[in-house]
Design a binder for this molecule. Structure first.
Ligand SMILES: [Zn+2]
Length: 302
């Protein structure tokens, strides 16, 4: 995603940092630190680290497939990322509240959810793995020492053991649906901060829908919510593109699926009541939109 709000040029760097973009050249080399012990010789994940994929309601019959790329803030036990728990629990570490909403939404819709439990600071699962901010050395003013100069082997292990299994799980689900002749509606769930950087005002949208080549579902959802008096946004505070995103371009657009990337403002889902309300509103709105929205047919080539 790329920042789309009409911010002054001077805010560009801060805006980029908000979504994890980085200035690698500005980072002084720093020693790796924060290791919990000797590195696991097998790669990124130790035998007692949990798998990256959280799979809820596999085999559910709803045409909607939910994903949550930034669901967790876990760090592999022996990875010397050098980031404290306080920073991992901020937006730089994961999408606060997104997994809770996605899980609730999956249960309300009877839909399958595939989510990823490791921090975006370990490997960002909504970036092409070669992107400069896939393993950011600095985010939103915070240095990530373990990302200042990862060895090729370290970087490859993060891709192979976290990024690839997550996206393979999504691809396998989509392949299976297509093989059964079922259409899929691809809905990626994310969250964004209510304030950012030097931006003078709070972001006014409680929920937004992002798209690139497939605008129809995003427009339908936003218009339904706007008709209910909710200030739903379109392609704010980010936009979807091929360089800054992975799930929508690769899984949804290449297969011609109806899709949207949902962004929910984090202060609206800061407690269980807010999570429940957001999930219920999204479930109702998705159901309403899809009732008059023919799902795209499965791509026989995929
Ligand atoms: Zn996100």
């Amino acid at each position: 995603m790329s920042e789309s709000a009409p911010s002054p040029a001077a805010d560009a760097a801060a805006a980029a940092a908000d979504r994890g973009a980085v200035g690698r050249a500005s980072i002084e080399p720093a020693p790796l630190m924060g290791a919990a012990g000797p590195r696991w010789a097998g790669g990124c994940l130790a035998p007692d680290d949990p798998p990256p994929v959280i799979h809820r309601n596999p085999g559910a019959t709803s045409p909607i497939l939910l994903t949550c790329d930034h669901a967790g803030h876990r760090v592999p036990r022996t990875l010397p990322l050098g980031v404290g728990e306080q920073d991992l629990c901020r937006h730089i570490g994961y999408d606060i509240g997104a997994l809770a909403v996605a899980e609730r939404l999956a249960d309300l819709l009877g839909a399958e959810l595939i989510a990823q439990r490791y921090s975006r600071l370990v490997i960002d699962c909504n970036r092409p793995p070669h992107a400069p901010d896939a393993m950011p050395p600095r985010v939103d003013g915070t240095d990530i020492p373990g990302n200042s100069a990862p060895t090729p082997a370290d970087a490859a292990a993060r891709v192979a053991e976290i990024f690839m299994p997550y996206h393979a799980a999504i691809a396998a689900s989509l392949d299976a649906r297509a093989a059964r002749g079922e259409a899929t509606i691809y809905v990626a769930v994310h969250s964004f901060t209510p304030h950012h950087g030097d931006y003078p005002a709070a972001r006014p949208w409680p929920i937004t829908f992002l798209f690139n080549r497939e605008p129809a579902l995003s427009h339908a959802l936003a218009h339904l919510l706007q008709a209910d008096g909710i200030n739903a946004g379109l392609n704010v505070p980010y936009e979807v593109d091929d360089e800054g995103d992975y799930g929508i371009p690769v899984h949804a657009e290449r297969r011609g699926l109806v899709s949207t990337l949902v962004e929910i403002r984090q202060d609206t889902i800061a407690d269980q009541a807010g999570i429940n309300a957001a999930a219920q509103r999204l479930a109702d709105t998705l159901s309403q939109a899809l009732a008059s929205f023919p799902p795209s047919p499965p791509d026989p080539a995929s």
